[in-house]
Design a protein around this ligand. Structure first.
Ligand SMILES: Cc1cc2nc3c(=O)[nH]c(=O)nc-3n(C[C@H](O)[C@H](O)[C@H](O)COP(=O)(O)OP(=O)(O)OC[C@H]3O[C@@H](n4cnc5c(N)ncnc54)[C@H](O)[C@@H]3O)c2cc1C
Length: 340
């Protein structure tokens, strides 16, 4: 917003007309308020309020023709800027993603044809391609949420519940942006301020084991390896891997969020902050800290045939922490925070 305001001011200062229009969200964050005029902190009433508004917002087709610039200013070629890394660490990304509008459109079509109907049951199964994988495309604006909204609405017949479940996820994206707008310090500080006193333990070795997928918990390790290779991780696995860091290893959510920020192809300040604060129990409508995922049970439930784990983990290592001990340690840390 600051950037756009500066651009508009600079253009207007030169006597040009400059307007901006919302395309990255369904609803501008300041237009959604609760009955007392305050921002929402709980998702369900937030989304109910959104759904009561006309959706999607007014839509304009792309102009049929844009006049080209008659006199181009001197410039460099993009390659001259040498933006690409010298070590091609992102090679795996190219196998999975097709950046740009065409790739985004194809991904949406694939999802509507092949996966939307089974979304409510398959969306939690990392071994199945059951979600839309639109997150990087949405982040970079290669397609907008209103476009997705309309496409889903128009193919809803016979699968209303599945479509609504999917649109609800777009609602979480809206909620994340709502929170970031109203509470702009949340990327650094917990929304629930008592968590500022949580006794985190910053430790290099377990953090390294987590980032490299060598914790000895196959679901966590599969997720961290998928992330490194493809820049993406399934939502269920993000929750389990993030929870492992903040609860089993007692490493702060900010350190985990920073790693995700560096490695995710869909890294998004609003969604990443919401995700980490949700997992760490310190955000809006968050999972309580005392509810601690058991990564073994999560794997048995959501990856019962180990299709996902087998894809990513070829060499298993011994667990770096014992689940029960880690659980007790985490609960003791929570109690220590409550006393402080
Ligand atoms: C710790 C953690 C960190 C996360 N970091 C990010 C991030 O940096 N960028 C990001 O886009 N998402 C993030 N998420 C949310 C979620 O995991 C991804 O949006 C989702 O996995 C993307 O896959 P998809 O497009 O196939 O999702 P689908 O299930 O197909 O959902 C469709 C779209 O809805 C939105 N969405 C879905 N789930 C969520 C959610 N929980 N919160 C906000 N928006 C959601 C995304 O834009 C997604 O593309 C994070 C979640 C956790 C638990």
């Amino acid at each position: 917003m600051e950037r756009d305001t500066k651009v508009k001011a600079a253009l207007r200062a030169r006597g040009l007309q400059a307007e901006s229009f919302n395309a990255s969200l369904l609803f501008e964050p300041w237009t959604i308020r609760n009955q007392s005029g305050q921002p929402f902190r709980v998702f369900t009433p937030f989304w109910r309020t959104c759904l009561a508004k006309p959706t999607p917002p007014p839509w304009k087709d792309a102009p049929p023709r844009l006049l080209p610039v008659s006199d181009w200013p001197g410039s460099l070629k993009i390659a001259d800027l040498q933006l690409e890394p010298v070590v091609d660490w992102a090679a795996g990304f190219r196998e999975v993603w097709q950046p740009g509008e065409a790739g985004a459109g194809r991904q949406l079509d694939r999802f509507l044809e092949e996966a939307l109907s089974a979304y409510p049951s398959d969306r939690d199964r990392p071994g199945i391609s059951g979600t839309s994988r639109l997150s990087p495309h949405l982040h970079f604006g290669e397609l907008g949420p209103a476009q997705v909204w309309r496409a889903v609405q128009s193919s809803m017949r016979g699968r209303v519940a599945a479509a609504e479940a999917y649109l609800r996820q777009l609602g979480w994206r809206e909620f994340a942006h709502h929170l970031l707008y109203h509470f702009p310090n949340t990327p650094q500080a917990p929304l629930r301020s008592e968590f500022a006193n949580f006794p985190w333990k910053s430790k290099a070795e377990p953090f390294k084991a987590w980032t490299t997928g060598r914790t000895g918990y196959p679901l966590v390790d599969a997720g961290m390896r998928e992330l490194w290779r493809t820049g993406w991780m399934h939502n269920r696995v993000r929750m389990v891997a993030a929870s492992f860091l903040v609860k089993h290893l007692l490493i702060s959510w900010q350190e985990g969020a920073a790693w995700f920020w560096d490695t995710l192809v869909d890294a998004d300040l609003a969604n990443n902050t919401l995700g980490w604060q949700w997992v760490a129990g310190c955000g809006a409508d968050a999972a309580p800290y005392f509810r601690i995922f058991n990564p073994v049970m999560q794997a048995a439930k959501f990856d019962p045939d180990e299709a996902y784990v087998r894809q990513w983990v070829k060499d298993r290592v011994a667990p770096i922490v014992d689940h029960d001990e880690a659980r007790h340690r985490a609960l003791a840390a929570l109690a220590a925070m409550a006393k402080s």
